[in-house]
Design a protein around this ligand. Sequence first.
Ligand code: ZN
Length: 151
Amino acid sequence: MAKRNIRLKTDEILRKKCKEVKEITPSIIQLLDDMAETMYDANGVGLAAPQVGVLKRIVVIDVGEGLIEMINPEIIEKEGSMVEYEACLSVPGESALVDRPKKVKAKALNRLGQEFTIVGTDLLARAICHETDHLDGILYFDLALPDEGEE
Ligand code: ZN
C-alpha cells in the first residue's frame, strides 16, 4: 500500500466527472488499498478517487464503523434532511453547513465485483452523499448554506 497525494480545492481534476469502472483490475484493487491508507493517514471519514487524481467512480468511507469500499456507487433512496457542518480533505481547515438527507440507501460494487446495498443514517448518509458528489465534480461548499455567524 502507498499513501497518495490529496488534491486540493483549486485543482481542476476535482471538477471533472468520473468514469464508471468497467472491470476490477489489480490496479483498481491497488487504488482501493491506497485510498484507504490515504484516508486513515489524513484522519478523514471518506475519500473519493478524484481526490487522489484518478477520475474513476470509486469511494472509500469509514465513519468509525469499519471500512466501506464502493465502486460505481449510486444513491437510490433519500429520506429526511439534516443540516450539519461538513468538511473535506481537499479543503483543509474549512467547514460549512450543508443540508443532506438524514438517511440514504445506495448501491455499489465491492472489490470482488459483487453488487451490494447499504443504508446509512446521519454521518454515514452525509459521507455517502459527499463522496458520491465528488464523482460528479461537486464539492460540498457548492451546496453550503449561509452560516448564521457567531452564537
Ligand atoms: Zn470531500
